[in-house]
Design a protein around this ligand. Structure first.
Ligand code: SF4
Ligand code: SF4
Length: 439
């Protein structure tokens, strides 16, 4: 396949547009009443090198690109001290804005190409992807362990390679291998069965979506699994009648929707196929009256917007030719793909659930701290940062926090435990499954 993954050099004219103004340090809500809080987990933890402004990572991009900077341990660490949360991108208001995470990942790709990146502790991910097709060093047969209760209760889940179905549930490695996160695929499959959704899974034949590899700058590892997955999707559409790929993982969703679209063949392969996050899938069923809630859930909750299912899906308009303003001018954005409203609407629809909002939400959401390889590279920092988000949740008076990403679910639970808090993380799908009586 032909991939249009930009190199650092390709993005040179963008990273020089950072003015070092520092606006990207803070999330603003103009109120009333006006509020502001830090938005960059890296900057908060590591000081100015962590920030995206030109005193930080934009400067690294310039220095590496021009040859004035050379890789060493310290620089490499600083480049990987970032959750790629795109919080800075939401705040930046100059022409650099549309390209910030792209530049950062291109810098990591350059580190990998030059034989330095990722960090030694993260190299195990690439090795695991090569050996097991997942980043968790788990044997392929373990991928379906979460389905055991369904077998026991004689509620079989289709193997989509053997039995046709219009819906492929792409489970993702975190839900399959990270034991506490198995509640997410279990709740998803349970809910689909209750709602009569005709779906199947790839089981032991599912491969990693490649999101982690892409975030770490390992483009070759990403392309290998992405190409294999796209080929599987094409086959499933042609031979097994698959029309919809549903994922309950924000990382898989972002990868299949956005990273895979960097393949020239994406449009052809995905013709007749849609990829959808389970939240949107259920929201559509709710709006059409198929999903009806009856069991009350008396819970006071707050909602955490995952970066990958939220602001990472913002579409930016750039005046490429300079016909309206100047070449490369940032003109505007479109948030229609960002899953900000559907999870909130679903929560509000569950009888008994009271939703109270944190200060930093939607595009201003404060990252849990687990993304961009940070949970592997800097587990203590990931947990400390998650604890900050839990503290923000506790300020609302909520008993629990809800999200739609297994990564956030895991990391925020770690943060809550570190605080000794009773706040538990729920995935939205768990609550919806509970609020729907079994058949
Ligand atoms: S992507 Fe997130 S962690 Fe990285 S520099 Fe931007 S705000 Fe900070
Ligand atoms: S990234 Fe944008 S907001 Fe941040 S310092 Fe550069 S120009 Fe300013």
């Amino acid at each position: 396949m032909q991939w249009n993954i930009p190199s650092l050099k390709d993005l040179e004219h963008y990273f020089w547009r950072c003015t070092a103004c520092g606006t990207c340090k803070t999330a603003y809500d103009y109120g009333p009443p006006p509020k502001n809080r830090p938005i960059c987990p890296a900057g908060l933890e590591f000081g100015f090198e962590g920030y995206y402004g030109s005193k930080g990572k934009a400067a690294f991009a310039r220095g590496i690109n021009s040859g004035e900077l050379e890789w060493d341990e310290e620089l490499l660490e600083a480049v990987y001290q970032c959750t790629i949360c795109a919080g800075c991108q939401s705040q930046c208001q100059v022409d650099y804005k549309p390209h910030i995470p792209e530049v950062f990942e291109a810098l990591r790709r350059k580190a990998v190409e030059d034989g330095f990146g990722p960090l030694p502790s993260q190299k195990v991910i690439a090795q695991s992807l090569r050996s097991y097709d997942n980043p968790y060093q788990g044997p392929r047969r373990v991928r379906t362990d979460w389905t055991r209760p369904f077998k026991k209760e004689n509620k079989p889940i289709k193997n989509i390679l053997k039995e046709p179905a219009p819906v492929l549930y792409f489970v993702g490695c975190t839900g399959a291998y990270n034991v506490p996160e198995r509640v997410i695929p279990q709740a998803t499959a349970s809910l689909f069965q209750k709602l009569g959704v005709d779906f199947g899974i790839l089981g032991e034949n599912e491969l990693c979506c490649g999101s982690t590899a892409m975030r770490l700058g390992d483009a070759e590892a990403f392309k290998r699994v992405a190409e294999a997955n796209l080929e599987t999707f094409r086959k499933l559409h042609q031979e097994q009648g698959v029309e919809t790929i549903v994922t309950a993982c924000a990382g898989c969703y972002r990868a299949i929707l956005k990273d895979y679209s960097l393949a020239e063949e994406y449009g052809t392969v995905m013709a007749g196929l849609q990829v959808i996050h389970v939240t949107q899938f259920l929201y559509d069923l709710y709006q059409s009256g198929v999903l009806k809630f009856s069991e009350p859930l008396p819970l006071k909750v707050t909602y955490h917007d995952p970066c990958h299912a939220g602001r990472h899906l913002t579409k930016f308009t750039v005046d490429e030719e300079g016909t309206e303003m100047w070449a490369g001018a940032y003109i505007g954005l479109n948030e229609e793909d960002c899953l900000y409203d559907p999870p909130r609407e679903l929560l509000k629809a569950i009888p008994g659930v009271e939703l109270v909002e944190m200060e930093r939400i939607r595009a201003n959401s404060y990252c849990c701290g687990g993304g961009g390889g940070v949970m592997t590279g800097f587990p203590d920092w990931a947990q400390r940062n998650a604890a900050l988000r839990i503290e923000e949740g506790l300020e609302t008076g909520a008993e629990h926090m809800v999200s739609i990403c297994p990564f956030c679910h895991f990391n925020l639970n770690q943060g809550s435990q570190a605080l000794g808090s009773s706040m538990k993380l729920y995935d939205l799908i768990e609550l919806i499954d509970r609020a729907l009586p079994g058949k």
